[in-house]
Design a protein around this ligand. Structure first.
Ligand SMILES: [Ca+2]
Length: 314
């Protein structure tokens, strides 16, 4: 049983990762924390609350709003990718559950300190909250059971600039703090999503035909991403970086190859802001600080999602 804290900038695929954690028999979601990133901050909070209600878990999983801004940088939100509401322009009704008054950073510190060695942290957003938590109480770095993040790239193209993946780009300073904190995280880079975490048009229509509310939810929250990918990237597909990360957390066999590597992020230059460097040959002579996922099983990942769509549970 994984007891999970999920940090999210809730839009599009974040909702699916959240739904997976809520619907997994192998996980208990202890808290959701919200980090600035994809879209308007308060809308992200609402999206997390809505997804919890959608899963029939209203009132059972607390949502803590966190950092509304990266540590040092300005950034741009991506409503153009996820829709104005971050939910494919579904404009779902407001959930009954309201966010907690406590700040995400304090919630993380308290939860980890009262459950040392027990909690798995899943980061599917820029890393501002966890960086602030690590600055406020550095001792928590050694108190996670495990730590996974979706972010960066391993010898691959960026998606927000030629150099950088979005989560690392939004807050490279926070990513730097986390990488050098002694946490030993597992990394799922953007390339894993592009190689193994795409749903193409025909598959999407098949998902829609399943006709359950979970299948329809998946189709709806990703609708705008599909339009964006068609128009801007020239492929009829949607990308699932956060849900493939959650699949790896829930079933280790989804990650078929991992390597310990030294990973660094560029938080100094402007053109390469947020660029991620995985020292493949160990030329820097630095001790590996990250377990990098090199390959994943697309079949295992999608089988898990299809189970969720058909049976409402995984
Ligand atoms: Ca995300």
């Amino acid at each position: 049983m994984e007891r999970i804290i999920l940090d999210t900038d809730t839009a599009g695929d974040d909702n699916i990762a959240l739904l997976m954690a809520l619907k997994s028999s192998k996980a208990r979601l202890e808290a959701v924390t919200i980090n600035c990133g994809n879209i308007n901050f308060d809308q992200q909070v609402e999206n997390a609350l809505y997804t919890i209600e959608f899963a029939g878990m209203s009132g059972k999983v607390p949502v803590y709003p966190g950092a509304r801004h990266p540590l040092l940088r300005d950034w741009r939100t991506v409503e153009n990718i996820h829709g104005k509401d971050g939910m494919g322009n579904s404009f779902f009704p407001k959930a009954k559950q309201r966010p907690e008054p406590k700040h995400a950073v304090d919630a993380i510190i308290e939860l980890v300190n009262s459950n040392p060695g027990e909690l798995t942290f899943v980061e599917i957003a820029p890393m501002t909250n966890i960086a602030l938590a690590l600055r406020k109480d550095p001792s928590i770095a050694k108190k996670f059971k495990s730590f996974y993040f979706m972010g960066g790239t391993n010898q691959y193209l960026g998606n927000v600039t030629p150099a950088a993946e979005f989560n690392f780009w939004v807050d490279p300073d926070a990513a730097k703090i986390v990488l050098h904190s002694g946490l030993k995280p597992t990394m799922v880079g953007w390339e894993i999503c592009m190689r193994h975490g795409l749903f193409f048009g025909e598959e999407l229509e098949k998902v829609r035909d399943i006709g359950t509310k979970e299948a329809e939810f998946f189709y709806a929250v990703n609708r705008q991403v599909r339009t964006f990918m068609r128009r801007e990237r020239g492929i009829d597909a949607i990308s699932c970086p956060d849900s493939i990360t959650m699949a790896i957390v829930l079933d280790r066999k989804v990650a078929t190859s991992t390597k310990n590597r030294f990973v660094e992020v560029d938080n100094e230059s402007e053109i390469s802001r947020g660029a991620c460097y995985v020292d493949e040959y160990g030329v820097l002579g630095k001790k590996p600080n990250v377990k990098v996922v090199y390959e994943a099983s697309e079949k295992r990942f999608k089988d898990m999602l299809y189970r969720l769509f058909r049976e409402g549970r995984i």
